[in-house]
Design a protein around this ligand. Structure first.
Ligand SMILES: [Zn+2]
Length: 103
């Protein structure tokens, strides 16, 4: 089992990983009100999958996760969203850091 990893993972594995990532985020969203820690753990698991299988977390999901502390971000609960000069600024109340997105 000394295969080198230069070719990455097979496509079907990546697609499966992406599906799992999406479902982890969906679970985190449902879970958040009841158990924040569990929601955060699910987002972290999604991130681990994305790294392991080298798949990018879809854009719309990346905004639901703090890129500093990797916690699930729920607007109105633990993230403040402001628009400024054509950019959206997310302020994570968990780790007190900012993220910026362009429209
Ligand atoms: Zn954070």
């Amino acid at each position: 089992m000394a295969r080198r990893k230069i070719h990455g993972k097979p496509l079907w594995m990546k697609q499966l990983a992406l599906e799992n990532i999406r479902s982890l985020f969906a679970q985190a969203r449902k879970q958040f009100r009841e158990d924040r820690e569990l929601a955060h753990a699910q987002v972290k698991a999604a991130r681990r999958l994305s790294m392991k299988y080298k798949v990018r977390i879809p854009k719309e999901l990346r905004r639901q996760m703090c890129k500093h502390c990797y916690r699930y971000l729920m607007p109105g609960a633990n993230v403040r969203i402001r628009t400024k000069n054509g950019k959206v600024v997310y302020y994570c109340m968990e780790c007190k850091k900012f993220m910026r997105f362009v429209y």
